[in-house]
Design a protein around this ligand. Structure first.
Ligand code: ADP
Length: 332
């Protein structure tokens, strides 16, 4: 299968392509997701149909795009890649749909950002493989229908909750991606190091794994930074101390928190006694958009148990205080 390059605007990631696993068997972790999709792929192949539409959701960098490409590879079809902000005009999405071959995948990243018109074009396309086009204007306007080949839409989003329900309901498979465990991250780092011909020894892979926010994209990025430091210093072999040193430059700490994670927790502790404090207040204080804060920054802190969501707002937990070196809160 031929892979289509990501449009420049959506990507910033062509370099990632070399590290993407190609087959389900090489896709590390996400065992539930893989199990569900492996069954769907096998059944689809047996019936010689298009795979049911798939919605993948979860924080950025966990492998949504990669999974779409893996599915295409497993099905032996091509995957077209785009993202919702690139589908501004109706003809953008129509153009993609009419050029699909039977059983091909269409991957739309950030699908929660589709505009209304594009969404309405997708409904009959997803449901009946049909394109409804309005021809002409005013009183002479008529609707014409066009048959599309059976295809699979793979949508990805960091915010499943922001999808309109008519759109969400048209996906047969809705799967969430989880943060990766240390073991899995270590395997991902070792695999990437092999591909990049980096020699890691001792606990070096584990050290990268601990600092990547549970996220393969970050693991790969950190690994490249470690390689830079090693090559500047003239070290051929990379051990854990060199990793720790290289990554301290990048302000990722030993639990994987980056600068935005720490800014959030610090604002909560310094400005609001550790909370509870509302999301919008925090977003305003950080100059961030609250949707981004909720979908991108918070999930990892929640996962670590450093942050809690309560009906009265966000709260820094005792573990979170401890990590930032704050004393435990005195009992009220
Ligand atoms: P998303 O689309 O969720 O933002 P991507 O699919 O672009 O994330 O993944 C980012 C990078 O992380 C990929 O280039 C790939 O190299 C790596 N990656 C993601 N998931 C895995 C995995 N399960 N195993 C190995 N590497 C992975």
């Amino acid at each position: 299968p031929v892979l289509e390059e990501l449009p420049a605007a959506a990507s910033g990631l062509p370099r990632e392509d070399s590290l993407r696993p190609k087959r389900l068997a090489d896709y590390i972790g996400q065992s539930e997701l893989k199990q569900v999709l492996a069954i769907a792929v096998e059944a689809t192949r047996a019936r010689q149909e298009a795979l049911d539409h798939v919605l993948l959701y979860g924080p950025p960098g966990l492998g949504k795009t990669t999974m779409a490409l893996v599915l295409a590879e497993e099905l032996g079809v091509r995957c077209r890649i785009t993202s919702a902000p690139a589908l501004e005009r109706p003809r953008d999405i129509v153009g993609l749909l009419v050029n699909l071959q039977p059983h091909e995948l269409l991957f739309i990243d950030e699908i929660h950002r589709l505009n209304r018109v594009a969404e309405e074009i997708l409904y009959p396309a997803m449901e009946d493989y049909r394109l409804d086009l309005t021809v002409g204007k005013g009183t002479t306007a008529r609707t014409r229908s066009l048959d599309l080949p059976p295809f699979t839409l793979v949508g990805a989003t960091t915010r499943a909750g922001s999808l309109s329900s008519p759109l969400r309901d048209r996906f047969g498979l809705i799967q969430r991606l989880e943060f990766y465990g240390l073991d899995e991250l270590q395997q991902i780092v070792e695999r990437a190091a092999g591909l990049l011909q980096i020699k890691l020894e001792g606990g070096a892979a584990l050290e990268v794994a601990r600092r990547c926010r549970g996220t393969p994209r970050i693991a790969n990025r950190l690994l490249r930074r470690v390689r830079d430091v090693a090559s500047v210093r003239g070290h051929g072999r990379i051990g854990a101390p060199l990793v720790a040193e290289a990554l301290s430059l990048h302000r990722v700490d030993d639990r994987g928190l980056d600068a935005s994670d720490r800014r959030l927790l610090t604002l909560m502790l310094e400005g609001y006694g550790g909370g509870p404090v509302g999301l919008d207040t925090l977003a305003a204080g950080l100059g961030e958009d609250s949707a981004t804060l909720e979908a991108v920054v918070e999930p990892y802190l929640l996962q670590l148990g450093f942050l809690q969501r309560t009906p009265r707002g966000r709260l820094v937990t005792p573990a979170g205080r401890n990590h930032l070196g704050w004393p435990a809160k005195a009992a009220a």
